[in-house]
Write a protein that binds this ligand. Structure first.
Ligand code: ADP
Ligand code: MG
Length: 700
């Protein structure tokens, strides 16, 4: 057994009860988990500060001070221990709010201490709360040299009760490394270690916990990040390889009637170059005899639907059925309408299947699917229920992938003997590095060009005081015959408050835009489905000029005549959501506007989001900033995937490294797909997944 699989209980100094809290509080179960429980920062303990020089802007500092007075103040919850301390430059205060009696007992007035902590300011005096204290002697002072960069580990109150504060954890790690450094083996091919000048694995783990100096620490961090990203990409690309080897793909060797008729007679506009390029990529993919798994990225309005449709037509030309899956009924409906309108009547049979399809219709659909007459089926995930059987399914489009798990994708693969080709379309662009990880097993196509003649949406940011201007813009546009969306956030945690906001907003709108001249349709989650549909239809039919809605309209609605998108409390929306909402306008030939309304008080991130929206319409750029602001953990789709459970690397800040690593891993598989070369044997080692700290079962 690998020594690092040993339960943590058996590490010297742990035992059953500490093992229990380590598991509960930090998820540390085995030696390996402790080895990879990295410090969250390092503290320079070579320098001693003077009282005169400390201020709240400094990080953790240490001083040598003499305690001159101590006193317990207050009662119950406000009880605290306050001590006065000084050196030859000034006086400061030390304070404790917990473990008061215990600290008070040990604290000796008149003695000198090395104190260590985060400086603050209280009543104009320098202050430090809960400092680490150690009696000062010339010995303690001289000892500093052996720990120039002291690791600090995250701990919890619970752990502290078991003496597992940062220092306690540090001791455990020290003892683990002392006993087992020799058992840390190299897990990357040696030529890779050399080529990329990586620190050896043993040195890396030693230095990540107990750095010899700042350079060594940086090297250790680099090595461990490299390794983590390497293992991640290795697994993804290996899955992709295995997949390609395992699944044959239908060969679409011709382009026939359906495609050509559509292209020559029905397509209402010339394709953009980007659309053509993507179609070619799909064309090449579907002739190789290997199942296609392709991700299609493109900004809102870049025209993904028509590309999808034309791919379906090629499949149909080759004798196959197709389907297109959307995350919501509204969107499925919209796709159905769009595609019906594009292909026209009597051209190809298109069906719609969602949760609300009546049993009778459903049965008819099932029959026509089995007979093969129904060529294009559009719907929600109702499409992949086991009861839905196809005669010969050959091509599947999944729109807005991040709401579907990979599991569902693989469910589709099983819908035919030879699995259908799969084209996944993302609703919002995601940064390249994130795509590499989230969809690492897919090939990626990008539509990076908007159809010609489209006017970029003009975005402005207004504060509450500019609301009258907003009304003015609305009136102007409505007078020109355009329509307006007004969107409110409706977020679970504060739903009541949001609902109140929304209702008040509706009142104000009704007052500003009264009947009979103006008609407002209202759509939000608290409205019955049937009524919602009616309200939507009223807006689509231009019987209402204004639609007040919550984010239900985020996906799906396509009303080219709408030219203004107003987002209330815009500071509360995420960037990708703002971008997505804005994409609801600018679909016609007219100049469109997006008005971001916000309160006067904005957080740093809130301001950056709004500024970004005003500055650019480029979805890819927005996605990058979103990733930067929120970190990968908060980007939609990443949580379920589990692939971002990284311990040291960060997809947002280590993008360059990730790209380098990806290339490196691709190179390995190109050169040696079976990993048969001697230098690659190390990659066969079991439990690669565990080393990466990831749960692969979720993604394969
Ligand atoms: P998205 O990529 O957001 O799904 P859609 O496929 O809904 O975009 O396309 C947005 C709009 O642009 C649709 O009304 C569509 O008909 C139109 N469109 C698509 N491609 C072109 C093109 N090449 N030229 C002009 N208009 C196009
Ligand atoms: Mg779309």
């Amino acid at each position: 057994m690998n020594p690092f699989d040993t339960p943590i209980e058996y590490l010297k100094g742990v035992g059953a009860s500490r093992a229990e809290v380590l598991k509960k509080e930090l998820g540390i179960v085995k030696f390996d988990d402790l080895l990879k429980f990295y410090p969250y920062k390092y503290i320079d303990r070579t320098k001693f500060y003077k009282v005169r020089d400390i201020n709240p802007d400094l990080p953790y500092v240490q001083l040598i001070v003499r305690v001159t007075r101590k006193e317990v103040l207050g009662e119950n919850r406000s009880k605290r221990l306050v001590a006065q301390a000084q050196d030859d430059t000034g006086v400061m205060e030390l304070a404790w709010f917990q473990a008061i009696n215990w600290v008070e007992k040990g604290l000796q007035v008149g003695k000198a201490y090395i104190i260590f902590g985060k400086p603050g300011m209280f009543n104009g005096k320098p202050q430090m709360s809960h400092p680490e204290m150690e009696l000062y002697s010339s010995q303690t002072r001289d000892r500093k040299g052996n720990m120039t960069m002291q690791p600090a580990y995250n701990s919890t109150e619970k752990l502290k009760q078991f003496s597992l504060d940062s220092k306690g954890l540090q001791k455990l790690t020290a003892s683990l490394l002392e006993l087992h450094t020799k058992d840390i083996y190299e897990n990357l091919p040696l030529y890779i270690v050399n080529r990329y000048r990586l620190m050896s694995r043993q040195d890396a783990f030693r230095n990540i916990h107990f750095p010899e100096d700042a350079n060594k620490l940086a090297e250790a961090q680099h090595r461990l990040k490299f390794e983590e990203l390497f293992l991640l990409q290795f697994k993804l690309l290996k899955n992709k390889m295995l997949h390609t080897q395992k699944f044959k793909g239908n060969i679409f060797d011709k382009v026939g009637e359906y495609f050509n008729t559509f292209y020559n007679e029905k397509l209402p506009f010339p394709l953009t170059n980007a659309q053509k390029r993507v179609l070619k990529e799909i064309r090449v993919d579907t002739q190789r005899g290997v199942q296609m798994n392709r991700l299609l990225q493109g900004d809102v309005g870049s025209g993904k639907t028509v590309v999808a449709l034309m791919s379906l037509l090629i499949a149909i030309d080759n004798g196959f059925q197709t389907c297109m899956m959307a995350p919501t009924e509204i969107l499925a409906n919209q796709h159905y309408q769009t595609i019906k309108a594009l292909v026209g009547d009597d051209f190809v049979e298109v069906g719609l299947l969602t949760g609300s399809t009546k049993k009778k219709e459903r049965n008819i659909l099932h029959e026509r699917l089995m007979s093969g007459e129904l060529k294009i089926l559009i719907g929600t995930h109702a499409l992949i229920e086991d009861t839905v059987q196809y005669k010969n399914l050959g091509f599947v489009v999944i729109d807005e992938q991040h709401r579907f798990g990979v599991e569902q994708r693989s469910k589709l693969w099983r819908k035919n003997v030879v699995p259908p080709h799969v084209l996944v379309m993302t609703a919002t662009p995601i940064p390249r590095t994130l795509a590499m990880t989230l969809y690492g097993d897919l090939d990626v196509s990008v539509i990076d060009e908007l159809p010609a003649g489209r006017k970029p949406i003009e975005t402005v940011h207004f504060y509450e005081s500019q609301r009258l201007r907003m009304f003015g813009m609305m009136r102007e546009e409505i007078a020109k015959g355009r329509q307006v969306y007004v969107v409110y956030p409706l977020i679970q945690e504060s739903e009541k408050l949001d609902l109140k906001n929304l209702e008040e907003g509706i009142e104000v709108m009704r007052h500003e835009f009264p009947l009979p001249k103006y008609n407002i349709s209202i759509v939000h989650g608290k409205i019955q489905a049937a009524v919602k549909e009616e309200e939507m239809q009223r807006f689509i039919a231009h019987k209402a000029q204004i639609m007040v809605a919550t984010t239900v309209i985020e996906v799906g609605v396509n009303v080219p005549n709408a030219s203004v998108m107003i987002i209330e409390n815009a500071e509360r929306f995420g960037l990708s959501q703002l971008h997505q909402l804005r994409g609801r306008v600018g679909r016609g030939a007219e100049q469109s506007y997006c008005i971001l309304m916000s309160g006067n008080k904005l957080s740093h991130d809130g301001r950056k989001r709004l500024d970004t929206m005003v500055r650019t319409n480029n979805g890819f750029e927005i996605a990058e900033i979103d990733l930067e602001l929120r970190g990968p953990g908060n980007i939609e789709g990443t949580q379920q995937s589990g692939v971002l459970d990284l311990k040291i690397a960060n997809i947002a800040t280590d993008q360059e490294l990730l790209i380098q690593v990806r290339k490196c891993v691709e190179g390995i598989f190109e050169k040696d797909p079976q990993l048969a070369l001697p230098e690659h044997q190390v990659l066969h080692q079991a439990n690669l997944s565990k080393q990466a700290g990831l749960s692969w079962d979720k993604i394969s």
